[in-house]
Design a protein around this ligand. Structure first.
Ligand code: LMR
Length: 437
C-alpha cells in the first residue's frame, strides 16, 4: 500500500540519512508519517497457464540448439529462415518516414483509406455491396482485435445466443468468444480417422442449430488443419446459414495464402450473393509480414446503408470503450501499399511468392515422408492448404520431436509449413517419421 510523504517528512529523512541504513529508513515509521499494512489484494489472482502457441514460441527462443526448427507459431519465414520485410512494404516505409505530419489520433474507426482498401480485398474491387454503403468497416488491432470488438458487439445486442466454433480451431477463438460472455460449443469439422473434413457431420450440426447462433467459420487456410471446404461445399454451407438464419462470423487471417487473394474470399462473396448479414474479421499480419503492427479490420455486412451506419456507430463505441482508437503507423504502410497501383501489384506478387513457396515445402515434406515411410498414405497432407499442415501427432510425439530433434510444433499436431525450407525439410520428415513409427 502506498503511503504519502509530505514535504516536512522528507526533511526528516534527509536529517536521518547519515545515521540509518536506507532499508531501515524505509521500514521505520517516521514521526508524522503513517505507514499502512500490505493488503496483498491481488493474492486472489490465479496463475496463468500461458497460451499454448505463444508459450512455445518462448521455449523455442530459449532453446540453445543451433539446429532447432520452429514450426509452431503462424509466422511466414523465407527459405533462409527469416521473417521477411516485403519489398513493397519497405517502399511504403520509405515514403511514410519522410512525412512531417504530426502524429494525431486516428478516428475510432481507424484510417478511412485503409478501411476502404480492406473492403476491396474482401469484397472485390468496386463491389456493388460496398458501393451501396451496406458494409461498415473499421480498422482493428489485428485480427484478434476484430474478433474481440465483433464478439463484444454481438453479445451486447444478442445476449441470448450461443457461439459455435469448428472442432478443432485456433485456441484464441474460444478464449475471445468466452471472454465476451458467449457459451461456446464446437461443430464437427475435421475427422482424425480419415484426416479430412467431415463435411456431412459439419452440415448436420449446422442444420440443427437454433436461429441466430453465431457460427465462426474460416473462409480459407483453416487454422489449425489446413483442410478447407471447396466452393461447392461453401455453397451448401451458405444455404444452411440462410435457411437456418445463422449469424456467420468469418475469420480470414490468411487471405491469398491458400489459392489466391480472390479465390480465398469465395465464402465472403458467396454470403454477399445470398444476401446475408454477417461479420468478417481480416488480418494483414501474415500477408504483409507485419506482425508487430497489429493491422486488422472488422466488417459488418448489413441489409441497407442506414443499418450499416448504425453498425459503424456501434463498432466505434465498442472501440472507444476498449482502446479508444487504433494505432496509425502500420495502417499507413498497408494503406500506402494497397492504394498505390505499382506497390499493390508488387505486393500481390509477393503474396503469390509466399503461397507458392509454402506449397512447394508442403510437397517436399510429403516426398520426404513417403521416402521415410512408403507404406503410409500421406496424401491427406496434399489436400491441405495455406500456412498449416495437420499431422496425426499426439502430445507424446510432440515432446519427442522437440526434445530429440529440436522440432517445435504445437500440441494439436499443427505444423507451420512456412517454417520449412530446403535446408531443414528432410530433417523434419525424418523426425516425424521417427516419432510416428
Ligand atoms: C497462430 O495461429 O499461430 C497465429 O495466428 C499466431 C497467434 O497469435 O496465435
Amino acid at each position: 500500500m502506498a503511503c504519502r510523504l509530505v514535504h516536512h517528512d522528507l526533511d526528516k529523512i534527509a536529517g536521518q540519512m547519515f545515521v540509518l541504513p536506507v532499508n531501515l529508513l524505509l521500514r521505520r515509521p517516521l514521526a508524522g508519517t503513517r505507514l499502512y499494512k500490505e493488503t496483498a489484494l491481488f493474492n486472489v489472482l490465479s496463475a496463468y497457464a500461458g497460451d499454448p502457441i505463444l508459450s512455445l514460441q518462448v521455449a523455442y527462443r530459449d532453446d540453445p540448439r543451433a539446429d532447432k526448427i520452429n514450426l509452431s507459431i503462424g509466422l511466414y519465414y523465407d527459405n533462409e529462415g527469416q521473417v521477411p520485410r516485403l519489398a513493397s512494404v519497405q517502399q511504403a516505409q520509405a515514403r511514410v518516414s519522410t512525412s512531417t505530419e504530426p502524429s494525431m489520433y486516428l478516428p475510432m474507426s481507424g484510417d478511412p483509406a485503409y478501411c476502404k482498401a480492406s473492403q476491396a480485398l474482401l469484397f472485390g474491387d468496386d463491389a456493388e455491396i460496398v458501393r451501396q454503403g451496406r458494409v461498415a468497416t473499421i480498422q482493428t488491432v489485428g485480427g484478434s482485435g476484430a474478433l474481440k470488438v465483433g464478439s463484444d458487439l454481438i453479445r451486447r445486442f444478442f445476449p441470448d445466443i450461443e457461439a459455435r466454433i469448428s472442432n478443432p480451431t485456433w485456441d484464441n477463438h474460444r478464449a475471445i468468444l468466452e471472454g465476451s460472455g458467449f457459451k461456446v460449443e464446437t461443430y464437427p469439422y475435421f475427422d482424425r480417422d480419415t484426416q479430412r473434413v467431415d463435411f456431412d457431420a459439419m452440415k448436420g450440426a449446422l442444420r440443427a442449430l437454433p436461429a441466430r447462433t453465431l457460427v465462426l467459420l474460416h473462409p480459407c487456410c483453416h487454422n489449425p488443419t489446413g483442410a478447407d471446404l471447396t466452393p461447392a461445399q461453401w455453397d451448401e454451407v451458405v444455404e444452411i446459414i440462410a435457411s437456418r438464419q445463422l449469424l456467420a462470423f468469418l475469420d480470414i487471417a490468411y487471405q491469398g495464402l491458400g489459392e489466391g487473394l480472390d479465390a480465398d474470399a469465395y465464402l465472403v462473396r458467396a454470403l454477399v450473393k445470398a444476401n446475408q448479414s454477417f461479420l468478417v474479421s481480416g488480418s494483414f499480419s501474415k500477408i504483409f509480414s507485419l506482425y508487430g503492427e497489429r493491422c486488422g479490420s472488422l466488417s459488418m455486412v448489413c441489409a441497407n446503408a442506414e443499418e450499416a451506419g448504425r453498425a459503424l456507430g456501434q463498432m466505434q463505441q465498442a472501440v472507444r470503450r476498449n482502446y479508444s482508437s487504433p494505432p496509425a503507423y502500420g495502417a499507413s504502410l498497408v494503406r500506402t501499399v494497397l492504394t498505390d497501383p505499382v506497390l499493390n501489384a508488387q505486393w500481390r506478387a509477393e503474396v503469390d511468392e509466399m503461397r507458392v513457396r509454402m506449397q512447394a515445402m508442403r510437397e517436399r515434406l510429403i516426398q520426404g515422408m513417403v521416402a521415410e515411410q512408403p507404406q503410409v498414405d500421406w496424401s491427406f497432407l496434399d489436400v491441405q492448404r495455406g500456412m498449416f499442415a495437420y499431422a496425426p501427432v499426439l502430445g507424446a510425439h510432440m515432446v519427442r520431436l522437440r526434445e530429440e530433434f529440436g522440432v517445435y510444433i504445437i500440441e494439436s499436431g499443427r505444423i507451420c509449413v512456412a517454417g520449412l525450407n530446403t535446408g531443414n525439410v528432410d530433417r523434419v520428415a525424418h523426425a516425424f517419421a521417427s516419432v510416428l513409427k
